[in-house]
Design a protein around this ligand. Structure first.
Ligand code: AMP
Ligand code: MG
Length: 401
């Protein structure tokens, strides 16, 4: 049996980053930057007002207070998007709005709440002092022109899209979305809404894997269910390799007589390795390639398929898109119940972590059980021959999708 980390390394090594593509910025959420991005303008691009009020010379208002207001002559208005035609000099002010450029000569903005415009509109009584540069947003205090605003491989979120748009970008190079073939093997598998004949079950892996793949930008393609037959396995795998960047299979990867994934890969001229990974659920894992295209073979049991996907496939699909961070996020929590692992493999327990950080089992943990999958939002990594007690602090791996 191999340690999980070694198999993850092997999986990552078997895939390469896809050629990037240029896409509109607004479509880039959740994708990964394929190059560093730099600000084309500073933020703010010019000194501007943080308030609606009056641009003033701060020293004019040194004595201003409610009982002794200072009266300034108002020489104009600076609406947003325009610039002042003249400077502010001592004893004068200009009406200004949030985001309007500070006129030359002014060094502060007094909020309009502290100002009383006289009837003519020509003068303003100010009832408070202002410090130099008060209520002024300074050029470049957020971002300087030429500064890096996004790292290569960084996950693009809505905030990054806002930052990029504000610094003059309208498109971005991102890692291409991998096309992922989904091949489910098993003569027992049937597809709803077909009626189930005796001994048959509904396929769930293709659909479950497709949803997890979509949620990290992959483009899943579901192939018809493959019966336990070498010819059929070869024929579907041949199309799957030809039409996709990577192939995922479920089932048919143990050493049973009816397991045809490995022989099929060999038949297609590829190479293949079967690894026993020291984790539960999900011991067998196949890594193969045909014509340089990788194949990951997952166990058929749904819980095993989900856990091995999250731990061993997801990182590779992220690497293919150029992501720098390929691991599952961790979250600290407190156990609401005790957990025991008597076995010799790490047990990835399906758990639910609530908004308060309390961690509890999400239900039955055997690898054919699906109910607990629906209730799980995290995995608890329980070491071999270990016991964790209720109330203990732990870190769980978040499964977001
Ligand atoms: P296998 O890995 O092919 O030996 O399958 C292990 C178990 O997983 C068996 O009980 C299969 O019926 C079940 N199984 C295999 N493929 C799927 C699938 N696509 N959806 C749901 N269950 C499956
Ligand atoms: Mg099978």
């Amino acid at each position: 049996m191999l340690p999980l980390e070694e198999v993850v390394e092997k999986s990552l090594a078997s895939v390469t980053t896809l050629k990037p593509e240029l896409i509109p910025l607004w479509e880039s959420c959740r994708r990964f930057a394929a190059e560093e991005m730099y600000a084309q303008v500073s933020l703010p691009g010019f000194d501007n007002s943080a308030m609606d009020g009056f641009a003033v010379v701060s020293s004019d208002l040194k004595q201003a207070s409610e009982p002794t207001p200072v009266t300034l002559r108002c020489t104009g208005v600076i609406p947003a998007g325009s610039t002042a035609e003249h400077a502010v000099s001592r004893g004068t002010c200009m009406k200004i709005f949030t985001g309007s450029p500070i006129p030359a000569g002014a060094d502060a903005v007094i909020m309009q709440e502290y100002c009383q415009t006289n009837e003519s509109g020509k003068s303003v009584d100010c009832t408070d002092q202002v410090k130099p540069w008060e209520n002024i947003r300074m050029t470049g205090e957020d971002v300087r022109e030429g500064e890096r605003v996004l790292a290569k491989g960084q996950l693009i979120n809505a905030g990054a899209i806002g930052l990029l748009a504000a610094t003059g970008h309208h498109e971005i190079k991102v890692g291409r979305r991998p096309k992922v073939a989904l091949v489910a093997t098993g003569s027992e598998l049937e597809e709803a809404p077909q009626e189930l004949a005796p001994g048959k079950i509904y396929d769930s892996n293709r659909t479950m894997l497709a949803s997890m793949i979509s949620s990290i930008n992959g483009i899943p393609k579901r192939y018809p269910i493959v019966r336990d037959d070498l010819r059929e396995t070869c024929s579907v795998l041949e199309s799957a390799f030809a039409e996709n960047d990577i192939v995922l299979t479920s089932g048919g990867v143990s050493v049973g007589d009816h397991d045809h994934v490995k022989p099929a890969i060999k038949e297609l001229g590829g190479t293949v390795g079967l690894w026993k990974v020291a984790i539960k659920p999900g011991k067998p894992f196949v890594l193969g390639q045909v014509n340089g295209r990788p194949l990951f073979g997952l166990p058929g049991n749904p819980a095993s398929a989900l856990v091995t996907y999250q731990l061993m496939v997801r990182p590779s699909l992220l690497k293919m898109q150029g992501a720098t961070e390929c691991r599952l996020a961790k979250r600290a929590g407190i156990l609401s119940e005790s957990f025991t692992n008597k076995g010799d493999r790490r047990h990835f327990v399906r758990v639910a972590i609530n908004p308060l950080g309390q961690v509890s089992s999400s239900g039955g943990q055997r690898s054919h059980m699906l109910r607990s999958l629906a209730n799980a939002n995290a995995l608890l990594d329980l070491p071999p021959e270990s016991h964790l007690t209720k109330g203990e602090s732990v870190e769980v791996l978040i499964i977001e999708d």
